[in-house]
Write a protein that binds this ligand. Structure first.
Ligand code: MN
Length: 276
């Protein structure tokens, strides 16, 4: 099932070119479209998803092109991301960064950096430094996870979405360089884990304008998604609605005002943003 948030944070199911409004499947106290309703939905998904499945075929479809999609990420307690998780990206960065940055690690992006599909990202003034795109498969957490084992880790996953980890290249803390407003376009929707049983078979392709810059597969992840989740859960409790971007393959490069960035995440969809 492809779940989206749209318009005034309605909850929808995407089928082909249509959106089915299933907001009424939410618990009653969540129908006022208060922002934490998404986090509660992530937490309560085991009871809400069956209601969505029941409801969706009885509602009037709307054309996908006529709704405004929002990021399928709303008020997460954190946006985690993996660094140095593809060998070819580590190689391309080796001449540019300090050695410690080439080791796998996890870091945080400000939740306020999240923006939705179709949005325009206004680049900040960064004094001549390049601002790069990084296409990533992102995990959305569905169950609180603390000190979990790798073998069980996928049970804590509600689903997956695409994320562009926009980054100011250069020295200084990642949490600043990756947290400007708009630096985490996410979407175009969330695909529930049952539809993506193996997150290590996802093709990732990113174009800037018509130039293919990144073309890889999550099969090349150095640290697998379950291992990444287990590792992170030993550092900080993963909460429903949290987002974890799994790292980017080679081909990162600069984006500039006027560019259109298209990120295609296999089995999920196309995430498009404009750069201003
Ligand atoms: Mn990244």
């Amino acid at each position: 099932m492809k779940l989206c948030l749209f318009d005034d944070y309605r909850l929808g199911v995407v089928e082909d070119d249509a959106v089915l409004d299933v907001t009424d499947a939410l618990n009653e106290y969540d129908r006022g479209f208060l922002t934490p309703s998404w986090v509660r939905f992530c937490r309560d998904h085991e009871s809400v998803l069956p209601r969505i499945r029941q409801l969706k075929d009885s509602v009037q479809p709307r054309r996908l092109a006529e709704v405004r999609l929002r990021a399928p990420v709303l008020n997460p307690s954190k946006v985690l991301a993996a660094a140095s998780n593809y060998g070819d990206h580590v190689q391309e960065m080796a001449p540019r960064v300090q050695e410690w940055m080439l080791d796998f690690d996890i870091f945080l992006k400000a939740p306020s950096s999240v923006t939705g599909p179709g949005s325009t990202v206004a680049l900040p003034a960064v004094d001549g430094q390049e601002i790069h795109h990084e296409i990533e498969l992102a995990v959305v957490i569905g169950r609180q996870a603390r000190n979990i084992d790798e073998e069980d880790a996928l049970h804590y996953v509600l689903g997956y979405t695409g994320l562009i980890d926009i980054t100011v290249r250069g020295s200084g803390d990642r949490s600043r360089r990756k947290s400007y407003d708009g630096f985490a376009p996410a979407g175009p929707w969330l695909v529930t884990a049952d539809e993506l049983p193996d997150p290590h078979e996802v093709d990732l392709r990113l174009w800037v304008n018509d130039e293919l810059r990144q073309d890889a597969s999550t099969s090349y992840l150095l640290v697998s998604i379950p291992a990444m989740l287990a590792h992170a859960s030993r550092i900080m409790t993963l909460l429903p609605g949290d987002v974890f971007a799994s790292g980017t393959p080679a081909g990162v490069g600069p984006i500039n005002a006027g560019d259109r960035v298209v990120a295609e995440i296999g089995g999920i969809g196309r995430l498009v943003v404009d750069i201003a």
